[in-house]
Design a protein around this ligand. Structure first.
Ligand code: PGA
Length: 253
């Protein structure tokens, strides 16, 4: 039984006051749900205030990125040690970081090792570009990214994977449920190859890319989709609540 996980990726949105207000407005209904893990990933500077808001609830907190070194002369960076004091989760290898901030497969691998070493639950993002998708390279790209992310990690430890086709992120053009499910099965296959069938069956894999309250049901009713990584729609309280509530309902039936 895989417990679905829905994560809100605020990205570089919300001031501290706005994040505080948004989370305050969602807290009660989010806390009431069971059978679905709920993770909020505000910007770094809002982590501590949001942690205060969700104190005593079952809502989890996540960061959107981190550096892999534990401390030192790395101006502007945040370390796994710092995050481990505050957060449960950390998003790694988001396509925006890969495309805009130089996060290569090797860097994602170092970050994944660091997150696991310091007790943070990683959400590792993988996904193909439109060009790769149209060129029929999706499976190859996904297999390569998964293999590279887990390089040198001998045993599988609870890691969430987010399949986020880059062409679907922030575009309003989500993948189809069956397309997402097919790629997610490829990811399960890659994990099975690396760590055995058990890992492939137990790993939780989210879909991400233009998820809304109107299309979440299509994804979550797929057998291999274990939740969603939600960007834009997580900034609207009613919409995000509906996404999480539909996930809980559909996965419990
Ligand atoms: P989106 O972003 O929901 O705004 O498409 C998803 C993500 O990048 O995690």
């Amino acid at each position: 039984m895989r417990i679905p996980v829905v994560a809100a990726n605020f990205k570089m949105n919300t001031t501290v006051a706005e994040a505080f207000e948004l989370v305050t407005s969602m807290k009660k209904r989010l806390n009431r749900l069971s059978g679905v893990e709920r993770v909020l990933c505000p910007p770094f500077i809002s982590l501590v205030p949001v942690k205060e808001v969700i104190k005593g609830t079952s809502i989890k907190l996540g960061a959107q990125n981190m550096f892999y070194e534990r401390s030192g002369a790395f101006t502007g960076e945040i370390s796994p040690v710092m995050l481990a004091q505050i957060c449960d989760y950390v998003i790694l290898g988001h396509s925006e970081r890969r495309a805009r901030f130089g996060d290569t497969d090797e860097i994602v691998n170092k970050k994944l090792k660091a997150a696991l070493a310091f007790g943070l639950a990683p959400i590792v993002c993988v996904g193909e570009t439109l060009e790769q998708n149209e060129g029929g390279e999706t499976i190859e790209v996904i297999n390569r990214q998964v293999k590279a992310a887990f390089d040198g990690i001998d045993a599988f430890r609870d890691t969430v994977i987010a399949y986020e086709p880059i062409w679907a992120i922030g575009t309003g053009k989500a993948a189809r449920g069956d397309q997402a499910n097919a790629v997610i099965r490829v990811i399960r296959g890659a994990l099975s190859k690396l760590y055995g069938d058990d890992a492939g069956q137990t790993v939780r894999i989210q879909y991400g890319g233009s998820v809304t309250a109107s299309n979440i049901a299509e994804f979550i009713s797929q057998p291999d989709v274990d939740g969603a990584l939600v960007g834009g729609a997580s900034l609207k309280a009613e919409e995000f609540l509906s996404i999480v509530e539909q996930t809980a309902k559909i996965k419990s039936t």
